[in-house]
Design a protein. Structure first.
Length: 256
């Protein structure tokens, strides 16, 4: 077997590989192993050359590798290990629908892109971006993904969103430690109260319990706390409104 350049045939490449190994590698491979690697490199080069020649002969042939590379430069994709679903990063979190993004964008990047091309492009992107377990997403119990960034419960600081932080859940609120909520405070005072000798007073213990309930929903390992809440009472006492507020805080897409 010889390459097109007569100066670099199999024996020359073998000798170059052996010399490189002696100078740069602590562990030596056998001559058979080096020869096997050289042959693999030659075969790979020949295959790529054949693909290039085929594309030159047929300019209308779809270059799926080029399209996949373009898509991966435009989007950050991650593939779930078990389901093989492709996620794409947008607005602070990884979202479902990566396959649809790939299909639509591929057909805009080139003409005559068929389903078989789309399938191959998806396969390339899956292999290139790696397969990730579902458990790798949102695994830091002290990090809450908010609208303006990643809030650290331990330090009280907020870092910018990053594709390196694997998150599929973003809470649709802005954190402001100086913010006040007089309307919500008034709602709690009027809904959670007791009748005293001198009138009606807010029940501070019940109010704190409700606030703790809302805070527990932001703790990822809250099941370890072993707590469950049940709101009781007659109608029109604020139960539904309280849950509407809680759902709005968490985001409807994050509530089941």
């Amino acid at each position: 077997m010889r390459l097109k350049n007569p100066e670099f045939d199999e024996s020359t490449l073998f000798e170059l590989a052996r010399q490189y190994e002696r100078n740069n590698c602590s562990d030596s491979n056998s001559n058979d192993k080096i020869n096997e690697l050289v042959l693999q490199a030659i075969n790979f080069t020949d295959e790529k050359r054949a693909e290039r020649k085929k594309r030159q002969q047929n300019p209308n042939e779809i270059d799926i590798y080029k399209i996949a590379a373009k898509l991966m430069s435009e989007y950050d994709f991650r593939t779930l290990e078990k389901s093989k679903d492709i996620l794409f990063y947008s607005d602070g979190k990884y979202r479902e629908g990566g396959e649809e993004v790939i299909s639509k964008r591929s057909r805009k990047l080139a003409k005559n892109v068929f389903n078989r091309h789309i399938s191959e492009i998806k396969g390339i992107i899956r292999d290139e971006t790696g397969y990730i377990s579902h458990d790798e997403f949102d695994k830091d119990s002290h990090i809450i993904n908010l609208k303006q960034g990643l809030f650290n419960l331990k330090t009280g600081t907020i870092d910018d969103h990053s594709t390196d932080y694997l998150s599929r859940v973003r809470i649709p609120i802005y954190y402001n430690p100086k913010a006040t909520c007089p309307r919500f405070d008034k709602f709690l005072d009027s809904s959670l109260c007791f009748c005293g000798v001198c009138g009606i007073f807010p029940d501070e213990k019940k109010i704190r319990t409700v606030l703790e309930m809302m805070a527990y929903t932001l703790i990822k390992d809250s099941f370890l706390l072993g707590k469950a809440f049940m709101n009781t009472g007659k109608g029109s006492n604020g139960k539904s409104l309280l849950f509407d507020i809680l759902f709005a805080m968490l985001g409807k897409e994050n509530v089941s």
